[in-house]
Unconditional design. Sequence first.
Length: 277
Amino acid sequence: MTKAYDRVQKCYESLKDEIPFEPKLALILGSGLGDFASDLEIEGTINYADIKDFPKSTVMGHKGRFVFAHVNGLPTVIMQGRVHFYEGYKMEDVVLPVRLMREMGAKVLFLTNAAGGCNKDFVPADLMIIKDHISSLVPSPLIGENDDRWGTRFPDMSHVYDPELIDLIREASKEVGHEMKEGVYLQTTGPNFETPAEIKLAQVVGADAVGMSTTVEAMVAVHMGMRVCGISFISNLAAGMSDNPLTHEEVNENAKLVAPKFKEIVKVTLGKINEII
Ligand code: HPA
């Protein structure tokens, strides 16, 4: 048994009696989107701080807990607050929560994040369906001894974001009456925002949005055979694309604007996912 696998089992043992039901889907809420859970009928919560060996998040505005709720009928575990590489954790820590939610039973991972838009057609408060990602600027979370119980040594990343789930997000956003953008998400380590020259690089390699999370979580999920989809909330235009200084406050302000639409789209999508899994 690898150490990483062993650790996930220990985390699971320490919380399994608190889990109200077996979740089918895991939803990670990005910066400014944490209040998605506030109008759900919450059936249980587990604070990260109460889980043995679990990494703790330090970013303000992240609550740091698992929330359990049926969303449009779909048994869901929600992460309110994620673990970021820029906080100083090892990649093994960053992706531990995804592995733990798989251990709880989740077969689908729905990722959300706040990101800087580097596509010239994007405006702040846009929502972008993630169609693919670039993870090459951060260490792979799969480095180290492979545990075959999770997955193969050399996993295929040709189709990280599941086409059928992407279609369901498209359908949901049509029903809600909100036009979505679609594109490629690039992960940096953070915590600094990028320079304008780095954003040019991102554009040249085909990125539409840039952020500090998500791709590594998607990769371990694919490694374990989960189906993955995701939405980026464009909280700001990336460096060099507008005259505004980049601040974490801007992320939170724009999140408030788009939160109602975001919530509706995610809820309707989860209802649709419930019909196909
Ligand atoms: N860059 C990186 N991460 C981000 C940004 C950005 O402009 N906005 C929100 N998260």
